[in-house]
Write a protein of this length. Structure first.
Length: 436
């Protein structure tokens, strides 16, 4: 467990907590009130080791440029849409793992728990004829209960999370086989409901409406929060910074919606009236999960307790935080998110099999979180890190699969993915050393 307390003196939320506990300290003086001051403070934090998502962003841009130059088809709208859809299961799983990693823990069973939950949903729907709404709730319940068991074993009995979740990784593979109970080692899902939920697209106009609504709500929330903080004489970020953020969201979000609205169907399909355009539903689900989970981590007492336990467990316990309950809860969240990830993978593959969730599934999800900026040692991370890291891995896998050909292509791909994870861990280690 890390004893480092990760707090950013330029974060208004952190300042509010500091002011509450140290009313005599003029923390507002630490906060840059101009655009230039904010930028200077950010550069100072980066030089001090608070790199955040910078390495992940640089990696994503570099990979896009390299693969775009090497392959003429890489930057086409259809391939970008494929990358978005391919990244969804791994990204959702990584979003749940962020909560566990914030405490310096690990959940090696998350991938198998997710695939077993998807198998439960498939059995309920295919073999017992239940509506998909019930089947999906059953999968989510299975994931949550699994998380309760894992969290209880870790918190109450004090068994290291590595041992607990490694045992669960092995055991749940057996549970998955028993649930499927098929000589063909899988269940094909003929019903298109789950497939459509995953591969469905928004209509072009709805994509633009979603973008405008999201940006407007973001700006409104930030303005309301800023006004409330000013009334309490607390530090606020400059309006110019908020304007830049809103502008960036509009530009990059607008480019994404624009390219997704370009018809990606083949010419012969378009002649027959078949079209494939619009923002993928999978990206909408990820956006919704990002909003909910980020709100939990940054705007609630629960989120502050998670960071407190991850930063310094003993100090959190002395402050009256229920450390055991917090530790159990992160495993519940992780397993529930794993169930959603398993359902996304089942929708992508059109069924479930006994091999889903094993292999490199979990390791790639951990890699996504770490590449995005979440620390393996606990105390530092954001939900958006999983999305950024998941995008980097999806770009890497998509580009390599087309670039590398031959009998040893899969071997080289695994070597490169392992090297990328090692590089991300090295950056995390060096930045942590710089901060200390």
């Amino acid at each position: 467990m890390s004893t480092e307390t990760v707090q950013n003196p330029s974060d208004p939320d952190v300042v509010a907590e500091h002011e509450a506990s140290n009313p005599a300290t003029n923390v507002t003086a630490l906060i840059p009130q101009t655009l230039g001051g904010t930028f200077t403070s950010y550069l100072r934090r980066v030089r001090a080791g608070e790199t955040g998502s910078v390495p992940g962003i640089i990696g994503a841009v570099a990979l896009m440029i390299v693969f775009g130059v090497a392959q003429s088809s890489f930057l086409t709208t259809s391939n970008i849409a494929d990358i978005v859809e391919q990244a969804a299961p791994n990204t959702i799983l990584a979003m749940g793992l962020v909560f566990v990693l914030l405490l310096g823990e690990i959940d090696l069973s998350a991938g198998v728990v997710g695939s077993t939950a998807a198998a439960v949903a498939a059995v309920l729907s295919v073999k017992h004829g239940m509506p998909w709404e019930i089947a999906i709730l059953g999968a989510a319940a299975f994931g949550a209960v699994s998380g309760v068991v894992l969290g209880w074993l870790r918190s109450k009995l004090g068994i290291p999370s590595f041992v607990v979740t490694l045992s669960a990784f092995i055991a749940f593979q057996g549970v998955q086989i028993l649930v499927i109970n098929s000589k063909s080692n899988g269940i094909q899902i003929a019903d298109q409901t789950l497939h459509n939920l995953y591969f469905g697209r928004l209509t072009p106009i709805r994509g633009w409406i979603l973008l405008v609504v999201c940006v407007a709500l973001y700006a409104l929330v930030k303005l309301v929060q800023g006004a409330a903080r000013r009334r309490q004489h607390l530090a606020t970020e400059p309006i110019s910074v908020l304007g830049l953020r809103v502008a960036a969201m509009l530009v990059f979000g607008g480019l994404f919606v624009y390219f997704m609205n370009i018809d990606q169907a083949a010419a012969w399909q378009q002649r027959e009236g078949i079209h494939q355009r619009g923002v993928p539903w999978s990206s909408v689900y990820i956006l919704a999960l990002l909003v909910v989970l980020s709100f939990m981590l940054t705007k609630t007492r629960y989120g502050r307790h998670v960071f407190a336990v991850g930063g310094n467990e003993e100090a959190a316990r002395r402050a009256g935080i229920r450390v055991l309950a917090i530790r159990t809860s992160v495993f519940v969240i992780c397993s529930a998110m794993a169930a959603i990830s398993g359902l996304a993978l089942a929708g992508q593959l059109g069924g479930v099999s006994t091999g889903d969730g094993s292999g490199n599934t979990l390791l790639l999800a951990v890699a996504a979180a770490v590449i995005g900026g979440t620390s393996l040692m606990g105390g530092r991370g954001r939900v958006v890190d999983a999305i950024l890291g998941g995008a980097v891995l999806a770009i890497l896998q998509n580009g390599i699969s087309d670039l590398l050909q031959g009998n040893n292509a899969a071997a080289y791909q695994l070597i490169i993915e392992g090297a990328v994870l090692l590089l991300a861990a090295a950056v995390d280690s060096l930045s942590r050393r710089a901060r200390t």
